[in-house]
Structures are given as C-alpha cells and as structure tokens.
Design a protein around this ligand. Sequence first.
Ligand code: GDP
Length: 459
Amino acid sequence: MDLLNKLQHQGHELTSRALDRHLRIGVTGLSGSGKTAFITSLVQQLTVGDQPDNLPFFDVVRQQRYLGGRLAAPLLDVPRFPLEANLRALQQTPPIWPPSTQGWSQLSLKLRYKAASGLRAHLQSRSELALDIIDYPGEWLLDLPLLDLSYTQWCEFSWQLFAKTHRKDIAAPFAALLSSVDPQNATELQLQTLTEQYKQLLQQFHQTPGAYLNQPGRLLVPGTLAGAPMLQLFPLLPVQANAASPLSNKLAQHYDSYRKHVIKPFYQQHFSGLDRQVILVDCLSALNAGHAAVSELQQALQLILQSFNYGPSSILGRLFKPSISKVLFAASKADHATPEQHKALTLLLQQLLQQPLKQSQYQAATTEAMSIAAIRASKSGFVQVDGLAQPCISGVGINAQALTYFPGEVPAKLPAASTFNQHKFGFLPLRPLPWQENQLIPHVRMDHVLQYILGDKLR
Ligand code: GDP
C-alpha cells in the first residue's frame, strides 16, 4: 500500500471508529411478562425479518437502507442469552415457548445500514451500530426501594402486603412458623428452615396470579448468588422485628449486606451502563387474575419506575449518573386480544403508569407506551354473528385444543373492584404457532418497537 493509500485507509478507520456507535438496551419486566419471547423475536426481526412488508414502520428497513444484522462475538464473562435454544423450542412439533429469564444475560449484534443524510452518509457508504441487548428480571428492580427502608420498615411493608386478600391464606403458615420461634434463642437450624420456608412462600406467591411484588428479588431469582449467606433473609413479624434480639440483629445485618453487596452494585455496575430500556407489562394476565392483581401490578410498577427517576432527591441520583435516554413500556401478548382492542390496552397501560410517571422526574428519558406481541400466537379475523361481522382470534390453547373466539373487551381504564365481581376476564394463554428456521416470526408492532428504540440511531 503506498503512503497516500495508507493514510487514506487510516483516516477511514479513524472516521469509522468516531462514527460507529454502541448502544446498550435493557429488556426487563416481571417474571412471565415476555422478556425471553421479546428478545428472541427482536433479534430474529433484525437478522432475518428485515423486509419492508414485515417491518413497515421501521424506517431504515422501509427506506431500504438496512444492510442486515448479525450476531457479534459474545463477551466471555457475561452469560449469553440462549437465542438458539429458544428458536429450537419454537421449532418443535408441537412448538413450545422457550424457558423464561432466570438472570442477567446479554446478546450482542452488529447492525449495518446506509446513513440517510448528514456527515455519516457523506463519509461512509456503510455505517455500523453495535447493539447489546441485556435481559434481566424486573424483580431485581423491585429491590431498589429497600435502599430507603430499614429492616424493620421492610418487615412492616411485607406483612401489610401479605395481609391482602389474595396473599393472606398463603402467608398464614409462615406467620404461624415465625410465631413459634423465640427470636432470643433461635438456632442456626431454625434460621435455615425459616429462610427455606420464606423462599418457598415467595415461590408460592410467584405462582399466585397477581402476586407480583416479591422481595428480595434475588431470593426468587437468585442469578449467580444462590446459596450466599446474605440470602438468609426474610421479614420477621413486625412485633419481632421491633424488639432487639439476636435473630432480628442477624437478619438486619443480612439485610444491610444484601443492600450493599447486591442492590447497589447491580445499579452501579450493570444498570448504570444501559442507554435505553424496554419494560414489558402483562396487563391482560393481571385482568384475568382480578382486582387485587391489577392493583398490585400498579403498585409493583410504581416501585419499578423508581429505577427511572433520576431527580436530585431520588435514590438513584445518589448512586450514579444515569444514561438511560428512552424508556419503552410495552403491554405484551396483545395477540391474546382482538386487534381493535389494542388501543384500549395501551390506554390501560398508560393509566397504570400515569400516577408514577407524573410523580417522577425523568430528567433525560423520554417514554412511550404501546401494545405488542413479540411472537404472535393467534390469527385475527371475523365471524358472522346474527349477520354481523364480529372480530375474533384463533389459535391453539395450552391443552392443544383449537380455539376460535372473541376474548372480550379490554377496559381502557382501570375497572372498579365491583366490575371484577360481575365480569371475569378471559384472555387465554396460547401455544406458539408452528414455525420453521429462517421463516419470519409473526409479531404485532415489533416494527414500532424497533423504530422507537433504534430508529434515531440508524439515520
Ligand atoms: P419472561 O419470564 O419475562 O422471560 O417471559 P417469557 O418470555 O418466558 O413469557 C412467558 C410466557 O408468556 C410464555 O411462555 C408464553 O406463554 C407467553 N408469551 C410471551 N410472549 C408472548 C407473545 O408475544 N404472545 C403470546 N400469545 N404469548 C406470549
């Protein structure tokens, strides 16, 4: 290479590096909200589904500037999101849903595109965006408020929650077990038994429709921390927590260690590196589960939203300088409802978020809400009822039965408690549609998602 060529080449390298960018998008939501399905679909849309008729609202694809996406080499010290295993699950006969998120994992992509205008279009025929997609349980965000609660306050909060109608009976045996223990003389074995019982109680809550708010998050979804002594943590009954005893002291110590060694580092080392965030919310399952469930979902969302409140007096403002600039709230599994109900679903989600959104001070982040299905499991159409076309969906139920039905209206506003007594919502779970490798994954509005979270970076 002669000198001029070499200089030009080096200049090009430098410009590329200066112009190439890196984006880290977090995907979260409470267990079962659809994170695994979402990331699997998102990656598939970016690597295989980049055709204008599949992603009509994703500008870079519609304008035929997208040159394709491919998986990048994984980081060796971060668990990799199991994309291939998830796709295999969808390819089975009959297809099954991939296993849900269990901890922190990441998948990296390189997206190539032609810039539309500006310096980049002038200097480069091809631009590249490095994209990291990070999956983590929303339950971990529920831990943030613990930084502002003492151990005793947390015990009070927990037992108020466990007194709610949909939790009371489930919590009763654990309350009885705690009452039978003398905190002045509790043995190590009792501590272990109580921890085990509390873990089981959290699991039971987790299986209970509408019991979303389960703390501490790492006891339910431990990630790499399984077995760590600070996870010997459970809320004593308030009267026990308020009286000094070796047991309450020990638990308060574990609580402090958990806050110091789990919650703070999570925010400082992981969360602080995110540029954008997708939060999935399964509103339809909450409606199915009844009024207490919807109110608890709203309460859990309020706590989750504290992680995006960066005002000077916020907990996070004291921990690090945040960089999240966009937050997308997505009502997931919209394919459980007929298409004309999606608008109401988005309005319902907005209403669930409204109070906390108003209260928090989003310094830099802009927010958006939409209804989506990452992996559409139903087909929508119409049936004739008394000569009138009635919207319906068809799909395969979890017991393999073929279904064609109208799942009902989605309320655009939070229904009153009495509505749930008169009406039972029935947005049924469905099996995924049969799918073969390299086929498009059917979706609802993943192109809107892509446009919102990536569109401005691919101009
Ligand atoms: P995670 O726990 O947040 O990772 O949730 P998953 O992605 O594992 O989703 C939980 C369950 O919700 C899946 O097993 C499916 O039954 C259902 N699901 C997730 N996404 C969709 C979707 O787009 N459409 C439909 N119909 N069901 C979905």
